[in-house]
Design a protein around this ligand. Structure first.
Ligand SMILES: [Mn+2]
Length: 264
């Protein structure tokens, strides 16, 4: 069998659904397991979830890669602040208890796995680009590699970091809009993305009615922590299919936006 690539949507601390999904995938040597980010926060068992993913990363006979989500990003910044800016870390901890909470619970391998996260990933030969959030319409260059991404500084770095958070974009400029800043007519990025950087597989935006298929993008956060399902998109040569398991029935306190795409 040709090697398969399984891409798992936002897990948000749902250990049991993740274990079930990974079991259903039956991955073997030469296969690849990719997380689209946001393993942590919201759900009941974030530290255990990361530890389970880290155990696969450490021991499975297939490759495991974590593409960083905005939730991993904020935890990583917090962990860094603990060493370099302790006052800021203390302020962060005061307003967001999950930051010190998760940090205290992380196993050594879980922390190492989070630290191994990449900002994006290309899957060949399909030419698919995996990011957590999306591609602003005004983005006209994309780094060749994670190293090139890491080497960016200043404005270019700030612009590029939006791939972790993009949902809606400005209808005139295509620029990233912070959550809640969209006005009527401002599109969801994937509705207008022209495929310039390849077909994009992304998470971040929960689609409770199932994976969202756009002309040049596929959204695989199916809202497991919001009462939906946990989804894996499996690429097998030119073929692709979804594997899904139920998430949790309890709706997390933070509601997803009510955006739903015309298709899917
Ligand atoms: Mn997210």
């Amino acid at each position: 069998m040709a090697h398969r690539t399984a891409i798992i949507g936002d897990v948000h601390g749902l250990l049991t659904p993740l274990q079930r999904l990974v079991g259903r995938l039956s991955l073997g040597p030469a296969d690849q397991l990719i997380f689209v980010g946001d393993l942590v926060d919201k759900g009941p068992a974030p530290a255990e979830t990361v530890d389970f993913a880290a155990s696969l990363w450490e021991s499975a006979d297939y490759d495991v890669v974590l593409v960083e989500g905005n939730h991993e990003d904020r935890h990583r910044r917090y962990r860094r602040n603990l060493t370099v800016r302790p006052k800021i870390a203390a302020e962060q901890a005061g307003s967001a208890g999950e930051l010190p909470g998760l940090t205290a619970e992380l196993s050594e391998r879980a922390r190492a796995f989070l630290d191994s996260a990449v900002p994006f990933l290309r899957v060949e030969p399909q030419g698919i680009l995996i990011v957590h959030g999306g591609i602003p319409g005004s983005m006209d260059v994309f780094p060749e590699s994670a190293e090139a991404f890491a080497a960016l500084t200043g404005k270019p770095r700030q612009r590029m970091s939006k791939i972790l958070r993009t949902r809606f974009i400005d209808k005139d400029t295509g620029d990233f809009l912070a959550q809640g800043k969209e006005k009527p007519g401002d599109p969801f990025w994937a509705d207008v993305y022209d495929g310039r950087f390849g077909h994009v597989v992304f998470g971040h935006q929960p689609f409770l009615s199932g994976p969202a298929e756009f002309p040049h993008a596929t959204g695989i956060d199916t809202g497991a922590v919001h009462g939906g399902t946990l989804t894996a998109l499996v690429l097998d040569g030119d073929a692709r299919h979804y594997v899904q398991v139920p998430g949790i029935e309890v709706v997390a306190p933070q509601q997803p936006s009510d955006y739903s795409p015309a298709a899917g």
